[in-house]
Design a protein around this ligand. Structure first.
Ligand SMILES: [Zn+2]
Length: 369
């Protein structure tokens, strides 16, 4: 009942009041977080968890307060780092750097570099901060290894030991299957089976780890053979980079008509059409003009940074105008395209249309060519 009443209160707020109240709450919660870290730090220093059924501060946080393992680890890391570099707490309080970023930076922060590091990390995403960490503490390049992981369909495991790929190729005959080292699964790999890992090692190098199909492995081997004249050691990173360059170019061409040979017509033309298909010249012009990025901009002029899953949006609604005009078409990410349609046709109408399973491209104003 209490929760219900609270929800009603929020519903009664005007949108500007809702936003400003939320801003205040975010500010308050940061202050509370700092207080919490200070308290945890003192418990840690007094080792009070040992008076309780916990062997470590970590177990105490998880067992006593119900923190997730991630949250416990992050808070303990930060509270200990803050004893060396107290400015960490100020960074949390001000919201200058988010907690996840600070947790990543904590081991590398010193009294000497703190000002510089905070200035650089301010407002950055976790991924950008990972890159900053890689610059602060570069790691050596990992060896290239292709392993077989167990699957339900095929539980037998090749017992060939793991070999760095470069070495395997250097010692193997060109047609030998040893050009790809196949090894029993490593426990760390099995854990990441579902999720690809891209970890920055230095400013310009990244370690990739992912699980792929046998077909992918076979194609990689084929590409190594075909490219032996250009990539003599069959370097997987170099081959994947080439493959991705071809893929990106092709998809850009298919989806945004980028790089497609223009026909005689000028790109600024408009055409009345019964087809939702936007002519290539217009797609190309819009994609180039908008820089391959969502064009949604808020009232403060801050533009959406999304470059993935972009859609062409007819500003005036294609169903209304039946016209394709470069000036009246823009790139929007999926979320902002739906937001625009909600605003043009009303959220209730659009929600009903979406739940009815009406294919999105047939809806007015929502184009995903
Ligand atoms: Zn967007």
């Amino acid at each position: 009942m209490g929760a219900c009443r609270v929800q009603l209160q929020q519903q009664a707020l005007s949108s500007p009041d809702l936003l400003s109240a939320t801003r205040k709450l975010v500010h308050t919660s940061r202050g509370v977080e700092v207080e919490l870290l200070l308290h945890l730090g003192e418990i840690d220093a007094r080792k009070l968890y040992l008076d309780q059924p916990f062997s470590s501060m970590f177990a105490f946080c998880v067992g006593e307060y119900g923190f997730s393992e991630d949250a416990a680890y992050a808070r303990i890391t930060l509270t200990r780092a803050a004893r060396r570099v107290p400015a960490i707490l100020e960074a949390i309080r001000s919201g200058r750097v988010h907690m996840t970023g600070l947790r990543l930076l904590a081991p590398h922060l010193t009294l000497e570099n703190q000002a510089e590091v905070f200035a650089e990390a301010a407002g950055k995403t976790t991924r950008q901060i990972e890159e900053l960490v890689a610059r602060l503490a570069p790691q050596p390049a990992g060896p290239t290894v292709i392993r077989k992981v167990p699957s339900h369909a095929n539980a037998t495991v090749d017992a060939t030991p793991a070999l760095p790929l470069g070495d395997a190729i250097a010692t193997a005959s060109p047609d030998s299957s040893a050009s790809l080292a196949i090894a029993p699964p490593a426990p760390t790999l099995a854990r990441h089976e579902e999720r690809a890992v891209i970890d920055p090692l230095t400013e310009d190098t990244f370690k990739f780890q992912f699980t792929a199909s046998r077909a992918c492995r076979d194609m990689l081997r084929q590409a190594q053979d075909l490219l032996r004249h250009r990539v003599p050691r069959g370097d997987v990173g170099a081959i994947v980079e080439r493959a991705l360059a071809v893929l990106v170019e092709k998809v850009k061409k298919d989806r945004f008509a980028e790089g497609r040979t223009p026909r005689k017509k000028a790109p600024q033309e408009s055409s009345t059409s019964c087809s939702r298909h936007i002519p290539d010249a217009i797609k190309r012009a819009v994609f180039q003009r908008d820089g391959g990025r969502c064009t949604f901009t808020d009232e403060h002029g801050r533009r959406c940074a999304e470059t993935g899953g972009l859609e062409f949006d007819h500003r005036d609604g294609f169903a209304r105008t039946r016209r394709h005009e470069a000036d009246r078409i823009r790139l929007l990410c999926r979320a902002h395209n739906q937001h625009a349609a909600d605003q043009m046709y009303g959220r209730t109408f659009m929600q009903r249309a979406r739940t009815r399973g009406v294919p999105q491209p047939s809806l007015p104003g929502v184009s995903s060519d």
